[in-house]
Unconditional design. Sequence first.
Length: 178
Amino acid sequence: MKRIIADCGPGPLEKLEAGEMLYLSGTVMACRDRAHRRMAELLSSGMPLPFDPRGAALFYAAPTPAPPGRVCGALGPTTSLRMDPFTLPLVAAGVRMFIGKGPRTPQVTSSLAAAGAVYLAAAGGTAALGGGCVDSCEVAAWEDLGSEALYKIVLRDYPVFVALDLHGGNLFEMRMRK
């Protein structure tokens, strides 16, 4: 199975094809609904994000507290469709990789392809496995949001599928045609 680095730049992204399974490693920014809303509000008001979005990877997830001996508890994807109202400003700011579960709206799908961004889907129900793929996990911003804070997470071989590639390939449409 192929491996990809989260902040790999455009070259490796061009080689991805919808339906491929990958192991994802590297730094991702992880958060859920409330932090996404806050990011969209900051961007719309011209304020900077607490991380550099250019080339960044954004994971729709929030880790659970770490049990003894681990850096992270469970880490699994949340439904991406809920983030779609806040995604376009993040794409415009330069985020180039999104990780979550489930399909995206047509507007987000087309904006990702136009911007050279990909969407990777992680399997739901695999949060315990996902937590074992975390090398480091720390709150990066917005501790006031509790479990929905913004996290900086370093992944090692987190399993994902290419759901939306740069060439218009769409895993969800492929599955519906079969």
